[in-house]
Design a protein around this ligand. Structure first.
Ligand code: PGA
Length: 250
């Protein structure tokens, strides 16, 4: 059975000192378990601190929240995949809803980033999800299919490395989460498309994200086809994060 993935997306919180402080409170209580992994998508400036703190701790992975697709160059403010690797990251978020909707990132850019991340040997966690207007207009699956289209043409062996996070935009940071049943339905559609794209769909991890809290985490991962959680706000507090990653597998 593939491990459940509990991924914290710290967004623009926890610089190096804050990250260190968080881990000082979290790690003493962390018990590695074979059925789950804990990932930290830290701000770029904190990735090396987190990587150093979790060296030798099993089942923990450090990720970066965004990368540029070029390996180096005149791209002020950007972080390349080789730089993320050097800082100790082994995963990268791609196409997070805030990147798409606040910073105007396009599907084309998300596609370039997925390819760069794979070429650099990191795991891309590609985020997809519809806005409220798209959901109310009955377009959820069309939107998600379009966003997944960036994976077209990627060889099956590489697709096997790709993770997907389904994050309905209307559920992110709003306190409104999709019901486990609704999320599971979209996950099933995503998995079907991953198979159409030639990926080993059953072996690929599809995470849910959007207002995950200790109170709803277990029900979400209890649904077949929800292989883990991508958590923003509730991943910033060591106690609530501990409750989420330590929750029972239904
Ligand atoms: P949230 O954020 O858990 O605060 O809703 C999730 C995310 O944006 O990844």
């Amino acid at each position: 059975m593939k491990p459940l993935i509990f991924a914290g997306n710290w967004k623009m919180h926890l610089g190096p000192a804050g990250a260190r402080g968080f881990l000082d409170r979290f790690l003493p209580h962390y018990r590695p378990a074979g059925d789950r992994e804990v990932w930290f998508f830290a701000p770029a400036v904190s990735a090396a601190t987190v990587a150093a703190a979790v060296t030798g701790v099993s089942g923990v992975r450090v990720g970066i929240q965004n990368v540029h697709w070029e390996p180096k160059g005149a791209f002020t403010g950007e972080t390349s995949v080789p730089m993320a690797v050097e800082a100790g990251a082994t995963a990268a978020l791609v196409g997070h809803s805030e990147r798409r909707h606040v910073f105007g990132e396009t599907d084309r850019e998300a596609g370039l980033k997925v390819q760069a991340v794979l070429a650099g040997g990191l795991v891309p966690l590609l985020c997809v999800g519809e806005t409220l207007a798209e959901r109310e207009g009955g377009r959820t699956l069309d939107v998600v299919r379009r966003q997944l289209g960036v994976l077209r043409g990627i060889p099956a062996a590489d697709l096997a490395q790709v993770g997907i996070a389904y994050e309905p935009v209307w559920a992110i940071g709003t306190g409104r989460n999709a019901t486990p049943e609704d999320a599971a339905q979209v996950h099933a559609a995503i998995r079907a498309q991953l198979a159409e794209l030639g990926g080993p769909a059953d072996a690929m991890s599809i995470l849910y994200g959007g207002s995950v809290k200790p109170e709803n985490a277990a029900a979400l991962v209890g649904e077949a086809g929800i292989d883990g959680l991508l958590v923003g706000g509730a991943s910033l507090d060591p106690e609530s994060w501990r409750a989420i990653v330590g929750g029972a597998r239904n």
